[in-house]
Design a protein around this ligand. Structure first.
Ligand code: NAP
Ligand code: MG
Length: 408
């Protein structure tokens, strides 16, 4: 009997829905539980259980992350009218990710998983580019106005009796829009980005358009600059990484000439667009993780894709499914690595490295891949694997690396 790898403290385990839930339990059963003395505090966010608890379980899970520090989450259904009917729900419950983010605050970092045979759309990209999107404010909290004639558009701030305002003459008919943000949210965003870059030892970019947006974007630039100088410059120098501010158009032309390997922080709208561009540039959503960093240092790891509903219905009919579990595995390795770092149990972090190595060996060296990766692969696959076959091969490679398997 081999001894299992010791875990000092648990991680918060947040279960989810459909095919993602099926992958979740398979990954645990085949790749984690046989090797790690897995300690978790379990929360079932499957849609039925959310409904039974009037969604209280979601807030409980988020608060558990506050208590325990690290969580790992399976994809969950955000119900719409169709889902309310399908599951006979009491209510159209809100998105669990939104609820969790509200409790923890912070920023989502989307990180691509690079495989040698999946060539990025941009030839020079050799290392991951992580997009950090400020998920607050801007046009998402905006208001619009349409008017039928020429006149003044006035933007005014009112508190008590004092009023601050600016006016702009528009030759109408025309349109106007106002967007807002809060300085405390921008400060939290900046701190989350600096912490993430330090943890990952990656350079940090922040890009906006302060030359044109002299109040709004300039404030972001100023806040990032001040927090950096005050709290992070020394730590960055010690870690051998840099922080740079770029004009966003300059950043775009730099990114296509870069080899990657940095975190790119962006305002809400910019980040919305950039994350889709960068993720499809690297391959697919099935090869992407998503990490929530709170300004207080709490972390939550998940796959960026959803519950893969179409595959789930095929799975229920007993058809073979080729769902790709790589992002789910990497969500777990991310959480266990962070736990290992925080608890000073380096074997746990090393296990995460080994499991990631086993995944990469399965695809890159053995040529065993699920359908989605096979369709993007620069080398012909030796075998297009079902979910179960893929996991079995990863397990064999993991055993080999841990010195437990037999050489084939
Ligand atoms: P999705 O689950 O990400 O799947 C969309 C399509 O992308 C799939 O049909 C599949 O394409 C492909 N795909 C995604 N992940 C894959 C994987 N691991 N392996 C292989 N192919 C993969 O998005 P959706 O269908 O829009 O959403 C389904 C449900 O997920 C919704 O109820 C939504 O609320 C929820 N959702 C949750 C989260 C979250 O919890 N973080 C995020 C997004 C969506 P093919 O069908 O062409 O094979
Ligand atoms: Mg988008």
């Amino acid at each position: 009997m081999h001894e299992k790898i010791y875990m000092r403290r648990p991680v918060v385990e947040i279960d989810g829905d459909e095919m993602a839930r099926v992958m979740w339990s398979l990954v645990k059963e085949l790749l984690l539980e046989p090797y790690v003395d897995l300690k978790t505090e379990y929360y079932d966010l499957g849609l039925r259980h959310r409904d039974e608890t009037d969604d209280r379980v979601t807030a409980e899970a988020a608060n558990a992350i506050k208590r325990i520090g690290i969580g790992v989450k399976c994809a969950t259904i955000t119900p719409n009218a169709e889902r309310v009917k399908e599951y006979g729900l009491k209510n159209e419950w809100p998105s669990p990710n939104a609820t969790i983010r509200k409790v923890l605050g912070g920023t989502i970092f989307r990180k691509p998983i690079l495989l040698r045979n999946v060539i990025p759309a941009v030839r020079s990209w050799k290392k991951p580019i992580v997009i950090a999107r400020h998920a607050f404010g801007d046009i998402y909290d905006g208001e619009g106005l349409e008017f039928g004639q020429s006149g003044y558009v006035e933007l005014s701030f009112k508190s008590g009796t004092s009023v601050n305002s600016v006016r702009k003459l528009v030759t109408g008919p025309g349109i106007a829009e106002v967007k807002v943000n809060s300085l405390s949210s921008i400060e939290e965003f900046a701190r989350s980005c600096f912490n993430y870059a330090l943890d990952e030892r990656m350079d940090l970019w922040f890009a906006a358009k302060d030359t044109i947006s002299k109040v709004y974007d300039a404030k972001f630039k100023q806040i990032f600059g001040e927090i950096y100088e005050k709290s992070y410059a020394q730590k960055f120098r010690a870690a051998g990484i840099t922080y740079s501010y770029f004009l966003i158009d300059d950043a775009l032309s730099r990114v296509v000439r870069s080899e990657g390997g940095f975190v790119w922080a962006a305002k809400n709208y910019d980040g919305d667009i950039l994350s889709d561009l960068i993720s499809s540039g690297f391959g697919s959503l099935a090869l992407m993780t998503s990490e929530l960093y709170s300004p207080d240092g709490f972390k939550e790891f998940e796959a960026a894709h959803g519950t893969v509903q179409r595959h789930y219905y095929a799975y229920l009919k007993g058809e073979p499914v080729h769902t790709n579990p790589i992002a789910t595995i990497f969500a777990w390795t991310g959480a266990l690595r962070a736990r290992g770092k925080a608890d000073d149990t380096p074997q746990l972090s090393m296990f995460s490295d080994t499991l990631e190595w086993a995944v990469k060996k399965t695809v890159e060296a053995d040529g065993v891949m699920t359908k989605d990766v096979a369709s993007m692969s620069a080398i012909p696959p030796s075998h297009v694997a079902t979910l179960q076959e893929f996991l079995t091969r990863v397990q064999e490679n993991l055993e080999l690396a841990l010195g437990r398997g037999e050489q084939k």
